[in-house]
Every structure is written in C-alpha cells, then in structure tokens.
Design a protein around this ligand. Structure first.
Ligand SMILES: [Zn+2]
Length: 112
C-alpha cells in the first residue's frame, strides 16, 4: 500500500544514467539497475512525486485494512496483518457470543 508516505530526508544517489522518454511516455530502467534493485519482469512499481521529482519504488502490498507491510499473510488473494487478524478474531468471537445469547433468549438452545 502506498498512499502518502513520509520518507523523512531522502538521500539520493546519482546513477549517472540519462534516458530519453519515448513516444509513448516510457522510460526503460537499465538492466544493471534492475538487477541491482531486484526488479523483475512484471514487478509492480509504485510511482511517487516529490516536488519536481518522480520516484519509482518496488510496490509491496500491505494489509488491506491498515496498510501495514510487516507481519502479514495472504488470505484469499488479500494481504492481512496479524494485528487486524487478531481484531477480526475478537469481533468474530463477540459476534458468536451474541448469536448464542439471541438463540438462548429465543429458547432454541439450552445452557450457555
Ligand atoms: Zn492490518
């Protein structure tokens, strides 16, 4: 997830590479740079704007609820962090307890 990220003071390093934008607005990232930065074919790239500069960054999908990038796992094609997972578990238990209370009040089940 990207949204607005405060990156603090950015220290940039010149690669000494100059490329021209082609007729379709494309710029090729040099092979050596792709290799160094571990950018593979079809990798999603995030595009940021900082003043007059455009910054490309490898896209890492975060939690669909809070955007957290660390401590995540995939579930049915979505990234979820463990913190949100715990929160969902809590909600699910609460939901089940209320459901049981409703059923009991309707005398559909005993005990509880
Ligand atoms: Zn989360």
């Amino acid at each position: 997830m990207f949204d607005n990220i405060i990156m603090g003071v950015i220290q940039v390093k010149s690669t000494g590479i100059v490329r021209k934008v082609d007729d379709l607005g494309r710029i090729v990232i040099p092979k050596e740079l792709r290799k160094t930065m571990n950018i593979k074919k079809k990798d999603p790239m995030g595009i940021f704007v900082e003043g007059d500069n455009i910054i490309f960054s490898k896209y890492t999908s975060g939690c669909i609820f809070c955007g957290e990038i660390d401590d995540t796992f995939e579930f049915k094609g979505n990234t979820i962090c463990y913190s949100c997972f715990k929160g969902m578990n809590k909600e699910a238990k609460y939901f089940n307890i209320n459901k049981l209370k409703r059923l009991k009040s309707l005398r559909l089940i005993r005990g509880f």
